[in-house]
Design a protein around this ligand. Structure first.
Ligand SMILES: *[C@@H]1O[C@H](CO)[C@@H](O)[C@H](O)[C@H]1NC(C)=O
Ligand SMILES: *[C@@H]1O[C@H](CO)[C@@H](O)[C@H](O)[C@H]1NC(C)=O
Ligand SMILES: *[C@@H]1O[C@H](CO)[C@@H](O)[C@H](O)[C@H]1NC(C)=O
Ligand SMILES: *[C@@H]1O[C@H](CO)[C@@H](O)[C@H](O)[C@H]1NC(C)=O
Ligand SMILES: *[C@@H]1O[C@H](CO)[C@@H](O)[C@H](O)[C@H]1NC(C)=O
Ligand SMILES: *[C@@H]1O[C@H](CO)[C@@H](O)[C@H](O)[C@H]1NC(C)=O
Length: 482
């Protein structure tokens, strides 16, 4: 059996993953083994000497750093939600706020963090620019990896998770999607956002930084975050482009030319392929989802339902993803919630492989995740995340492609507070809470009645058996007064 590292190295054999720069050498690829040290001690391979990790055979590589909370390709980090030198302390959760109610300074911090991430080479990860068999150029004896910026890695991860699987030149297989059309839609995007959030925290040196969310359920035909002081307004001379007054007008997109990669039997290599676009012109009567839609999908008790796909009915996941009506009824003509917002934004956002290029993706998915968080608060016990029968990559214990080190859907299917963040948001259904209020009110009234009845009975008894003592009490009775 192949010996692999630690913090688990299975993925190396199939290269379904982003790559740690430290493992991108010819030796690492040829030996399928890579055990970088998490510190300055070169002998501390995989953090084995410092007790953080160890090399292990592929089949056993599951929990990162064993039972403990170490994470990262070299066990040099803590899992989300943990902190401290040995990762055994709970990290105080960061708070994700509504982008529309950030202070001017908070907004600046977020926008500048995004800009910085778009131009800073990712310190830890590189991308494979060729498929597994072509990873080593045997003529030059060099590997085919490429540097990529922090934000563009975020885009590449999303592209990679939905890209066609190539069976050979001109034979793309389009049936696999690791991050959409199944239960992993929720957990995959949750991890994706957490990874970006952590990268941004490191970039700006503030571990309390949190990405904001955009409550897209406005029912409006306007994109309120598409303004020059937020994520970019329209260019007056070409409304499909971002206004030159916004720094996002300079953002070049990556990983857009899917057909070209298929034709050349290659992967997205991170080169810029043109400007960000939003197809506002085509929008016509398009309106965003409404809060009513959000409340309706939050009535669905089942997280997902067979066949765990786009035709699942009364599945919270499928309704939130947007293939069902918000109330969970299947209707092939419907585009709802999350999907509708992508369609509304159109342009770069219209297709999954390129959508993450638009920074609106970040705040759109933060809100989608917030809706899931509310679902979890209500119904976590009604647990229908499938163990099997879901599409590839979507079962509970499957790894989420292409994240490295490997992480399963189940690890993200826990309340956000345990992952180190929470939302400043109230998604309580006003109609529901009125009903709850009425029921609670009736119960309270009943309790008061019972209490008074008991009191009455007692006092009656007291009067029977303890006339002297009871004589001193005021004996006004509710029933008498009526
Ligand atoms: C390729 O380079 C690696 C080290 O980078 C070396 O170990 C290996 O022998 C080289 N292979 C050939 C065919 O030159
Ligand atoms: C990739 O980035 C690293 C770290 O920033 C740098 O040392 C290296 O020279 C870069 N490689 C290329 C090919 O640009
Ligand atoms: C990167 O990919 C693009 C588009 O597929 C291609 O035109 C370009 O030649 C590639 N660059 C490198 C260095 O491979
Ligand atoms: C917009 O909506 C109106 C009324 O709902 C409808 O008559 C019209 O055809 C729609 N236009 C487009 C372009 O969809
Ligand atoms: C889970 O949801 C299903 C379908 O809505 C429902 O029949 C069942 O009673 C729920 N179970 C719990 C424990 O809430
Ligand atoms: C769901 O869609 C899949 C793929 O199109 C199809 O094979 C399956 O029969 C459908 N299942 C149901 C219950 O409609």
């Amino acid at each position: 059996m192949m010996k692999v590292l630690v913090c688990s190295w299975c993925a190396l054999g199939g290269v379904r993953a982003q790559f740690p720069r430290a493992c991108s050498s010819v030796e690492a690829i040829e030996s399928k083994r890579c055990c970088p040290s998490p510190n300055t001690d070169p002998g501390d391979a995989c953090g084995a000497r410092s007790g953080r990790g160890s090399a292990a055979p592929c089949a056993r590589t599951r929990a990162l750093g064993g039972e403990r909370n170490f994470a990262g390709y070299d066990c040099g980090e803590c899992k989300f939600g943990w902190t401290g030198p040995t990762c055994n302390l709970r990290k105080a959760p960061v708070t994700r706020k509504n982008i529309m109610s950030l202070s001017v300074e908070e907004r600046q911090v977020f926008l500048e963090a995004l800009q910085l991430s778009k131009r800073t080479i990712h310190p830890q990860y590189v991308i494979a620019t060729e498929h597994w068999l072509g990873l080593i150029d045997h003529q030059t004896n060099q590997t085919r990896f490429s540097n990529i910026t922090v934000y563009d890695l975020f885009v590449w991860q999303h592209y990679y998770s939905v890209r066609d699987t190539l069976l050979g030149p001109g034979r793309p297989f389009k049936g696999i999607d690791f991050s959409h059309k199944g239960p992993a839609f929720i957990t995959w995007h949750r991890y994706h956002l957490l990874s970006l959030e952590r990268d941004l925290q490191k970039l700006i040196g503030d571990e309390n930084f949190a990405i904001p969310y955009w409550n897209f359920a406005t029912g409006s035909s306007e994109c309120e975050v598409c303004t020059d002081d937020l994520l970019g307004g329209e260019d007056p001379s070409d409304p499909s482009l971002i206004s030159p007054r916004s720094a996002f007008s300079d953002w070049g997109i990556v990983c857009d030319s899917l057909d070209e990669y298929n034709r050349l039997v290659t992967l997205c290599n991170g080169t810029r392929e043109g400007p960000l676009r939003r197809g506002r012109r085509e929008r016509h009567n398009f309106t965003l989802p409404t809060m009513d839609d959000v409340h309706r999908c939050l009535q669905l008790r089942d997280f997902d339902s067979p066949p765990y796909f786009t035709n699942s009915t009364f599945s919270f996941r499928n309704a939130l993803e947007g293939f069902d009506k918000a109330d969970g009824e299947l209707d092939n003509a419907v585009t709802g919630l999350h999907n509708l917002v992508h369609d509304f934004l159109s342009g770069t956002n219209a297709l999954p492989h390129s959508a993450a290029n638009d920074p609106v993706f970040v705040v759109l998915h933060a809100f989608t995740d917030a809706i899931f968080e509310e679902w979890m608060r209500r119904f976590l016990k009604n647990d229908s995340f499938p163990e099997e029968m879901a599409p590839i990559g979507h079962n509970r214990h499957f790894n989420m492609v292409p994240f490295f080190p490997p992480v399963t859907n189940e690890e993200l299917y826990i309340p956000s507070i345990q992952l180190g963040y929470s939302y400043e948001l109230d998604l309580t259904d006003p109609v529901q809470s009125q009903a709850v209020f009425l029921i609670a009110g009736s119960c309270l009234a009943l309790l008061v009645l019972i209490a008074l009845a008991v009191l009455f009975a007692r006092q009656t008894r007291r009067r029977e058996y303890e006339p002297l003592v009871s004589a001193g009490y005021p004996t006004v009775k509710y029933t008498e007064e009526a």
